[in-house]
Design a protein around this ligand. Structure first.
Ligand code: HEC
Length: 189
């Protein structure tokens, strides 16, 4: 009798505990949107830190070393956009599903042009409303993805002058504050 009581008390208690845990686990699960937003926050922070502490300090303040596209031959610093691309290529080596890139409707490097209708739509959307990220599901090769696009804006005069003067740039009228492209993050769902 006693053991039955104890057992049933335990069962209901443990059941309640299990339910609480399950509810807790549900409450703690991360949505694709939250994951994309968090990844983007890290990417944007790294991009800013590299630009500010490495490129801006060594090139603009100390005048020791420039950042140029042909950094290997010219023995200069890697451009921030190249730094970003090399990082995403490194991730792609070990992670086949999740991916990210810095794209533009007016790319200097043709590799950075949008390829899917959702990428095109996302870049157009953040060019119009930069403060509002773009989110959409897309199916590629039979797999479903959550795709997020975040505006990449001309935050410094160097962004504008370098792109406007670049021989391969299809657009020559960027102004400070303009959206120059977007970070695309793709997560399998
Ligand atoms: C000294 C020249 C230079 C500066 C300064 C520069 N860029 Fe670029 N940017 C490039 C080049 C070259 C590429 C192509 C890199 C590659 O090979 O992927 C590029 C790539 C990009 C791309 C990807 C699409 C494309 O055009 O290929 C975006 C978006 C971009 N830059 C935005 C910016 C922003 C925003 C800034 C300022 C914070 C900036 N750039 C500063 C030269 C520059």
């Amino acid at each position: 009798m006693k053991t039955t009581l104890i057992r049933s008390a335990c069962l209901s208690l443990c059941g309640a505990a299990a339910l609480t845990l399950a509810a807790g686990a549900r409450a703690q699960s991360i949505s694709p949107k939250q994951m994309a937003d968090a990844l983007h926050a890290v990417m944007a922070a790294d991009r800013t830190v590299y630009t500010r502490l490495i490129v801006n300090r060594l090139q603009n303040e100390e005048k020791l070393l420039k950042a140029t596209e042909h950094w290997k031959d010219e023995k200069t610093l890697v451009l921030p956009a190249q730094m970003f691309r090399y990082g995403s290529e490194e991730v792609a080596k070990t992670n086949k599903d999740f991916s990210y890139s810095l794209l533009s409707s007016w790319p200097v490097n043709k590799q950075n042009a949008p390829r899917t209708p959702v990428e095109k739509e996302g870049l157009e959307s953040v060019a119009k409303t930069p403060a509002q990220p773009f989110y959409k599901e897309e199916t590629l090769g039979g797999k479903k993805y959550f795709t997020a696009v975040y505006a990449d804006r001309a935050v410094a005069p160097a962004c504008v002058t370098c792109h406007n003067d670049h021989k391969d740039s299809p657009r020559k009228d960027f102004k400070i504050g303009d959206t120059m492209g977007g970070v695309v993050i793709r997560i399998p769902i």
